[in-house]
Design a protein around this ligand. Structure first.
Ligand code: SAM
Length: 269
C-alpha cells in the first residue's frame, strides 16, 4: 500500500514536470492494467485463428465491450510471428511470446503482464523518462513477482521511435498519451509499432473516454485541428485493424482499451 502511494506520488510529480509525455495524473488502475494485458498468457496463435471465425467467448472483465471483430485483413498470412513452440508449463500458452510494453511509467501494467507471462516469454520495456526507469529497475530487483522473470526483462531508456530490434514482437502494449502529441508524431509512433510487430501481433492501448471531445471544448483552433487529426489517424487504424475494444469504467478517469491485430512488417518474415 505504502509502495503504491510512493509510486502515485512519483507519477504526480512527473505529471507536473513532464505533462506532455506523462499525460496522466494517476498510474493506471488494476482493471485497466488487466484489460491492457489481456492477450498475455493466452494462446496467441489460437486467438489469431479464432479471430477469423465466429463466436469467441469474451473473457469476463469489469468493462463494457464493443466487439468489432472481423475477418483479419491479413487472412492467408500464416500466424507464425516471432513465436517458437515450447512445452506447456503451469497452464501457460505453448508459445514463447515476445512482449513489448511502451511507456510503462511506474509499472502498474508491467506488474499485470509479469503476473500473466509464461515462463519463457520475454518482456521489453521502453520508457523515455529516466526517473520512471529507476522505479522500474528497483521493482525488478525488489519485488518477487518481478524477480521471477528478471532475466527475461529488458528496460530500454529511450523513446519508442528509437527502438530497434532484429526480432518482431507478438504482443505490444502501449500506455503512450497519444492525444498529447502532434499528428506527425502519432503517425510516426504508430508506424514504428507496425514495424516492430510480428504478423498477427496484438497491439493493445488505451485512451481516456471522450478525452479528445473534452479537450476540444477548452482549446484554441490549432489544438482542435491537432485533436481532429489524431482522431482521423486513429479512426483509420481502428477501421483496418481493431478486433475488440472495452470500456473500463473502474478507472480514474474511465478509459477505452483498443485491441488491434496488426499485419506485421514483411521485413521480418
Ligand atoms: C500515461 S503514462 C502511462 C504510464 C503507465 N503505463 C500507466 O498505465 O500508469 C505514459 C508513459 O509513456 C511514457 N512515454 C511518453 N512518450 C514516450 C515515448 N515516445 N517513448 C517511450 N515512452 C514514452 C511516459 O514517460 C509515461 O511513463
Amino acid at each position: 500500500m505504502r509502495q503504491r502511494l510512493a509510486e502515485t506520488q512519483i507519477f504526480w510529480r512527473e505529471f507536473r514536470q513532464t505533462f506532455t509525455s506523462t499525460g496522466a495524473v494517476l498510474p493506471s488502475g488494476t482493471s485497466l492494467a488487466k484489460a491492457l494485458a489481456r492477450y498475455v498468457g493466452q494462446d496467441h496463435q489460437q486467438h489469431a485463428r479464432e479471430a477469423s471465425g465466429p463466436g469467441i467467448p469474451s473473457p469476463a472483465s469489469h468493462s463494457h465491450r464493443v466487439d468489432n471483430r472481423h475477418t483479419s485483413p491479413v487472412e492467408g498470412v500464416p500466424a507464425t510471428g516471432s513465436t517458437a513452440k515450447a512445452q506447456p508449463e503451469n497452464g501457460h500458452s505453448e508459445q514463447v511470446l515476445r512482449i513489448l510494453e511502451v511507456g510503462p511509467g511506474t509499472g502498474p501494467v508491467t506488474a499485470q503482464i509479469l503476473r500473466q507471462m509464461g515462463p519463457r516469454d520475454t518482456l521489453d520495456l521502453v520508457e523515455l523518462n529516466e526517473r520512471f526507469v529507476s522505479v522500474l529497475q528497483e521493482r525488478l530487483q525488489r519485488e518477487p513477482q518481478w524477480q521471477a522473470h528478471a532475466n527475461r526483462v529488458k528496460i530500454h531508456c529511450l523513446p519508442i521511435e528509437e527502438l530497434t530490434t532484429d526480432q518482431p514482437f507478438d504482443i505490444i502494449i502501449s500506455g503512450l498519451p497519444l492525444n498529447n502529441f502532434s499528428c506527425a508524431m502519432v503517425a510516426a509512433i504508430l508506424d514504428r509499432l507496425h514495424q516492430l510487430a510480428a504478423a498477427q501481433a496484438m497491439l493493445s492501448f488505451f485512451e481516456y473516454v471522450a478525452i479528445r471531445k473534452a479537450k476540444s471544448l477548452f482549446c484554441k483552433l490549432p489544438q482542435r485541428q491537432r485533436l481532429s487529426g489524431i482522431e482521423q489517424i486513429l479512426t483509420r487504424q481502428f477501421a483496418a485493424w481493431e478486433i475488440d475494444r472495452e470500456c473500463i469504467l473502474a478507472n480514474v478517469p474511465p478509459a477505452w482499451v483498443h485491441h488491434l491485430r496488426l499485419p506485421g512488417k514483411m521485413d521480418f518474415q
